[in-house]
Design a protein around this ligand. Sequence first.
Ligand code: FAD
Ligand code: NAD
Length: 474
Amino acid sequence: MSENKYDVIVIGGGPAGYVAAIRAAQLGLKAACIDAFEGKDGKQALGGTCLNVGCIPSKAMLDSSRQFENLTSHFGDHGITAKDPKIDVKTMVGRKDKIVKQFTGGIGMLFKSNKVTSFFGTGKLLKGNKVEVTGSDGTQTLEAANVILASGSVPVELPFAKFDGKLVVDNVGALDFDKVPKRLGVIGAGVIGLELGSVWRRLGAEVTVLEAMPDFLAAADKDIAKVAAREFKKQGLDIRLGAKVSKAEARKTVVDVTFEDKDGEQKMTFDKLLVAVGRRANTEGLLGDGTGVKTDERGRIEVDEHCWTGVDGVWAVGDCVRGPMLAHKGSEEGIMVAELIAGKAGHMDYDVIPWVIYTEPEVAWTGKTEQQCKDAGIPYKTGSFPFSAIGRAVAMNETAGQVKVISHAETDRLLGVHMVGPCVSELIAEAVVAMEFKGSAEDLARIVHAHPTLSEAVHEAALSVDKRAIHKAN
Ligand code: FAD
Ligand code: NAD
């Protein structure tokens, strides 16, 4: 095979793309990955949004801020006190940057050990499965039997609140403040708004979250969202629902925000404004003329259930296609496509993708919400159990929250499991496995769970399913 010819070329080195490239190479295919992300040092930083400015750095900051809040607000209950605790934001952000570098560098090493050729530059799909790469040293054209598009997503910008990187920021800016803003405004009570809003609140900022929708966490089960809203409010997150923002004016050092809610027009001034109103597929400039690859009205690449675009040898995975914008969803799609290309039976179960919000308490779910069961006319039964009655949670002093299990009224097959509480980001894995194996609530109830553990809440919620009312199909 000539130097510029590959079995697989992946455009995008995020969790969808780099995983696809490595899996393809592991399966004996000649693979290359093109990525344009530039780290803080101006060098290529593999890993996309997730590793550089998403999942990993946000969790590093969540952990640091959680330690600080424990020290300032919770350790007293354990009889532990510290005099005048302080935070050094520079050190905290520096620690986060070190973690990011460790992981982005790690992908470079994985590429080397798996013999994936890495290109630092911008890739464009041309007609006939050719790919143009433009980097600092010019443009070259590569060829491949298969091209996987994995260009990810970018934050949605509001026309009246344009990002300036200083006062009006997206996730990138909000992970890099050099000091704790006294007043932080957040537009959007979604995953980013809640996670990054929590980080800065724990460190001392007054955080106001302006959410356009009347319901809180509309994608979550209503019972879970209700508990989460109550807990966040108790912590001091000022969440304003049904708030329509119309203006955000950056002055020298502050931003004036105008919005309307049930109390009429209001104005608030913030030291920083985080806009987190969703992300959109990053497909601008990705497709050359005549490739035949189609995008939908939201700019997402159209694909079938196997992530095939309908054009011979062209696939697309991750945030740039339909489905939830989650790193693990993209990675699994990448693996599926690499396996299909290698002639194996790649498969992905879109019905059992776990969702996690890494707030305190954490929120996690998989499968259908009660509302979705109702809307789909599925007869179901539910069971739930509070962490306040779980010994381990009480010992940890983390009693807020519950586990809710939904199963089919006739077959008892699990339809959804929803949680809010301590460490539910880990507990949800049990539900995912049970659902993937087509388990029932009775299966969960009959499995022996160690005592005392938080997982007993899953066991108890499953045990309680049969005792509850059965909801008939509409
Ligand atoms: P991306 O990670 O966006 O990667 C795409 C890559 O392609 C980028 O490096 C980009 O520079 C590159 N690229 C784009 N176009 C081209 C081109 N033409 N040529 C060359 N390179 C190109 N998800 C979770 O599951 N868990 C979390 O905890 C979580 N936390 C998050 C926190 C934040 C603050 C944010 C913003 C997101 C978070 N996400 C989380 C979402 C997660 O980051 C994305 O779902 C995931 O990164 C998508 O992976 P991807 O590979 O599709 O795209
Ligand atoms: P999101 O879709 O989670 O939330 C956006 C919120 O903004 C919604 O509640 C929406 O109603 C609201 N909104 C939209 N327009 C608005 C407006 N004009 N004024 C006020 N509110 C408005 O989006 P996000 O928080 O930006 O995150 C983007 C994506 O990144 C998420 O969908 C998620 O897939 C991914 N992510 C995942 C994690 C995780 O898995 N823990 C963490 C962060 C991000």
